[in-house]
Design a protein around this ligand. Structure first.
Ligand SMILES: CC1=C(CCC(=O)O)c2cc3nc(cc4[nH]c(cc5[nH]c(cc1n2)c(C)c5CCC(=O)O)c(CCC(=O)O)c4C)C(CCC(=O)O)=C3C
Ligand SMILES: [Fe+2]
Length: 339
C-alpha cells in the first residue's frame, strides 16, 4: 500500500468564548444531551476563557512530529483535522484533495476501541470524504495503541512522579486511581468485535502502567441523560469511598487520554481535586503523554508499521489490535429519536 500523507485526527476544542456554544452543538448534535448539562459544560470552558488546550496540544504534537519524521526518513506531508472544531476534518480533506493526496494515514488521538473513541473517527472520515466528493483521498486510520510502550511508559513515569509528590504529604495509605472517559454501558457492551473492548483495553493499560502497584479503574466526565446508564463509579464517588476506607491520599492517572485537555484540567484538576480536598485526601494528578518524546516516537513507529512490510508491532499486552477494524466493531449506539 502506498501512502502519500499523514493526517492528525483529533476531537477539536474551542479557542475563544464565541466558539464554545457552536463547538458544543457540533459535539452533541442528535445525541440527546440535556440542555442543563450543556450549560454546565459551557461554564467549564468559560472558566478557561472559552479556550480548550486541545488544539494547541495538536499543534505542539505536529511540531514535535515534524523532526521525528525527518529523522526516521518518513517523507509524508502533514495535515490536521478535527471532528468537532476548526480545522474541521472536511476542510482538511478538501485541502488534501487540492494538494493531490491520494491515500493518507490518519493518527487519531485516542488509544482505545468503542464507538466514541474509534468508530466515530471512522464515521467522521467517511462523512468528510462524502462532503468533499470526487477526488477525496482514501484515509486509513492507524491502529489502536493502548499497550504500545510509547503510550504505557510515559504514563508509567508520570504516575511515579505524581506518587512521589503525594506520598510526601499524605498521612495515610496512598491509592493509585486510573481514570478514563465514561461511556454509556450499552456502548461499552458493544465495543470491539465481541463486546467489552474499551474496558478490557483500559484494564490492560492500567496493569501495564501500574506494574506492581495496586490500582483501581474508575470513570470521569459522564455526560448524557441521567436516565441512561454510563460506566461507574465516577471518580468523585470513588474518592469518597476511598476516604471512608481510610486512605490518606490518591494519585489520579488519566490513562484514557493522550493530552491534558479540558476533560483533564477541569474534571480532574479542578473538580476531583476539590473533592479530594474536601475529604482531606492528599491529591496529585499524573501527566498525560502530550509531546513526550516516547509518545512522538510511537506515532513514527505506528506509521512505519504501515509503510514497511514486516516492521515489528510493539505491544506489551495481549488484547489484540489490528490495522483495519472489522465492520461489526463498535456499532453506533441507538440515538434518541432514531430507530
Ligand atoms: C470515549 C470518549 C473520549 C475519549 C476518546 C477521545 O479522545 O476521542 C472523549 C474525549 C473527549 N471529550 C471531549 C469533550 C466532550 N465530550 C462530550 C460528550 C461525550 N463524550 C463521550 C465519550 C468520549 N469523549 C460521549 C459518549 C459523550 C456523549 C455524547 C456522544 O454520544 O458523543 C461533550 C459534550 C458535553 C458533555 O460533556 O456532556 C464534550 C464537550 C474532549 C475535548 C476536551 C477539550 O475540549 O479539551 C475530548 C478529548
Ligand atoms: Fe467526550
Amino acid at each position: 500500500m502506498e501512502y502519500d500523507a499523514f493526517l492528525l485526527l483529533s476531537f477539536g476544542g474551542p479557542e475563544g468564548p464565541d466558539d464554545v456554544v457552536p463547538f458544543l452543538e457540533n459535539v452533541t448534535r442528535g445525541r440527546g444531551i440535556p440542555p442543563e448539562r450543556l450549560a454546565e459544560v459551557a461554564g467549564h470552558y468559560h472558566r478557561f476563557g472559552g479556550v480548550s488546550p486541545i488544539n494547541q496540544q495538536c499543534r505542539d504534537l505536529l511540531a514535535a512530529l515534524r523532526p521525528a519524521f525527518a529523522d526516521a526518513g518518513v517523507d509524508l506531508p502533514m495535515y490536521w483535522g478535527n471532528r468537532n472544531w476548526h480545522p474541521m476534518l472536511a476542510d482538511t480533506v478538501a485541502r488534501m484533495r487540492d494538494d493531490g493526496v491520494r491515500h493518507a494515514l490518519a493518527f487519531a488521538t485516542s488509544a482505545f476501541g468503542s464507538y466514541s473513541s474509534c468508530r466515530q473517527y471512522l464515521d467522521d472520515i467517511a462523512k468528510a470524504r462524502a462532503t468533499v466528493g470526487a477526488g477525496a483521498p482514501v484515509i486509513s486510520k492507524i491502529r489502536q495503541f493502548h499497550d504500545h510502550p510509547g503510550y504505557v511508559r510515559p504514563h508509567a513515569d508520570a504516575l511515579r512522579a505524581a506518587l512521589a509528590k503525594v506520598s510526601a504529604t499524605a498521612t495515610g495509605p496512598v491509592r493509585v486511581v486510573f481514570t478514563a472517559h465514561s461511556i454509556p454501558t450499552a456502548m461499552a457492551a458493544s465495543a470491539g468485535p465481541t463486546g467489552g473492548r474499551y474496558e478490557a483495553q483500559l484494564r490492560e493499560t492500567a496493569a501495564l502502567v501500574a506494574g506492581d502497584l495496586p490500582w483501581d479503574l474508575v470513570w470521569q466526565s459522564r455526560s448524557g441523560s441521567p436516565l441512561t446508564p454510563w460506566l461507574e463509579p465516577d471518580i468523585n464517588d470513588h474518592l469518597e469511598a476511598l476516604a471512608d476506607a481510610g486512605a490518606g491520599g490518591v494519585v489520579v492517572s488519566p490513562i484514557g487520554f493522550v493530552s491534558d485537555h479540558l476533560e483533564v484540567i477541569w474534571d480532574l484538576d479542578t473538580e476531583a481535586a476539590a473533592t479530594a480536598a474536601k475529604l482531606g485526601l492528599a491529591y496529585a494528578r499524573a501527566a498525560t503523554p502530550g509531546t513526550d518524546p516516547r509518545f512522538v516516537a510511537m506515532i513514527v513507529d505506528l506509521v512505519r508499521e504501515r509503510l514497511t512490510p514486516g516492521h515489528p508491532r510493539a505491544v506489551l499486552g495481549s488484547v489484540p489490535t489490528w490495522d483495519a477494524c472489522p465492520e461489526v466493531c463498535c456499532p453506533a449506539p441507538a440515538r434518541p429519536g432514531r430507530p
